[in-house]
Design a protein around this ligand. Structure first.
Ligand SMILES: Nc1ncnc2c1ncn2[C@@H]1O[C@H](COP(=O)(O)OP(=O)(O)OP(=O)(O)O)[C@@H](O)[C@H]1O
Ligand SMILES: [Mg+2]
Length: 351
């Protein structure tokens, strides 16, 4: 539904002088139709630049943006017909902002009507549509209120209703919940999830909070310094050994109790459970297994469990038990890599 390829954006810090800042450095992103896709990354990673380049609020320096099969970048600066096509394409992309961007002088209903006015819809149709949208976000009773009379969460609901005015297929959200308290955040995320399901809306959301990704995203990407360094469905990420996103989505602690031990993370999904497998492992190979940490959580709408266990001996001694776990269909990540390599025989190496 959204594809960027080689998307690059450089800013020049002070007009024509000063150094260039590379906000996006060749971003290839693919968001499938109907999914909630989260982009996470630290401040300055380029998340807002990405979203602003996707709806062409910002003109990319290089690369292409395709939304719903249409190459938007091809429409930039190509005469009147193209810019009209671009405006139309943009109206099919809803945008939700961190600070709501509501007009304080207008009522809630008039705020939602604004994009419909721009689209040239007649007064009565506008009014009906705005009320329907307010109903959809649970705010029908606030239609005649002014933004100043609303809570933060209610303001964001208005922002979402307004974003839906052009019947978009895609909703872009830049930190839509970061000005809200945790409770309100949850309800707004739930609303986005509901809209995604009810309307088949594709949602691309930018956040720096892992919990947001955890609670509603089907897929996620991690940005660092203008690049996408990891991306995939939540399931794929959890199945990727060494994935930074996976361990942030699902941390499980526990340190090895000594040297000469093998520590592995065992991940299971849905129905299967690790517990009986681990006890069978202990019985079959007659080894003592310590559980260093364990957690069960819901990630991307699915139940995932992870257990960090410790087996006696080095990795070489545990190839067979580890193979046994994998044969049971469990994902096994070996945590202590150093045991697999010969210990360097430098002086002081064992201090
Ligand atoms: N209009 C601009 N002019 C110059 N530099 C900019 C401009 N917009 C962004 N940048 C720079 O581009 C880089 C990426 O900024 P961006 O706003 O995309 O980051 P972000 O990931 O959204 O960060 P945050 O989490 O703080 O919102 C930063 O180094 C920023 O200073
Ligand atoms: Mg930002």
């Amino acid at each position: 539904m959204i594809t960027t390829s080689g998307l690059t954006k450089t800013y020049r810090a002070h007009r024509s002088h000063g150094p260039e800042v590379t906000a996006l450095d060749g971003v290839d992103l693919h968001v499938r139709e109907g999914e909630v896709f989260g982009v996470i990354g630290q401040s300055g990673a380029g998340k807002s630049s990405l979203i602003r380049c996707i709806n062409l609020l910002e003109r990319p320096t290089a690369g292409t943006v395709t939304v719903d099969g249409q190459d938007l970048t091809a429409l930039v600066g190509r005469g009147r017909r193209a810019s009209r096509a671009l405006r139309e394409a943009r109206s099919r992309i809803g945008m939700v902002f961190q600070h709501f961007n509501l007009l304080s002088s207008r009522t809630v209903r008039d705020n939602v009507e604004l994009p419909l006015e721009i689209l040239g819809m007649s007064g009565r149709d506008r009014s009906r549509k705005a009320l329907d949208l307010l109903d959809l976000v649970g705010l029908a009773d606030k239609a005649d209120a002014h933004p100043a009379q609303l809570s933060g969460g209610q303001k964001q609901r208005v922002g979402i209703a307004r974003a839906l005015a052009g019947d978009p297929k895609v909703l872009l959200s830049d930190e839509a919940t970061s000005a809200l308290d945790p409770e309100t955040t949850r309800s707004i995320l739930q609303l986005l999830r509901d809209l995604n399901r009810q309307l088949g809306l594709t949602v691309l959301l930018i956040t720096h909070e892992m919990d947001v990704v955890k609670s509603i995203c089907d897929s996620a990407a991690l940005m660092e310094r203008g690049r996408v360094v990891e991306s995939g469905t939540v399931g794929e990420l959890l199945a990727t050994p060494g994935s930074a996103l996976a361990s942030a989505l699902f941390p499980v602690g526990g340190e090895a109790t000594g040297t000469d031990r093998t520590v592995v993370d065992v991940t299971f999904r849905g129905e299967s459970a690790t517990q009986p497998v681990v006890s069978r492992l202990a019985r079959t190979y007659n080894i003592d297994i310590s559980i260093l940490g364990a957690a069960v959580d819901t990630v991307g709408g699915r139940q995932i469990g992870r257990m960090r266990i410790e087996l006696p001996g080095r990795y070489e001694d545990n190839v067979v038990p580890v193979g046994f776990l994998r044969e049971q269909g469990l994902q096994v990540d070996v945590v202590t890599e150093q045991d697999r390599q010969p210990v360097p025989v430098e002086e002081g190496a064992h201090k």
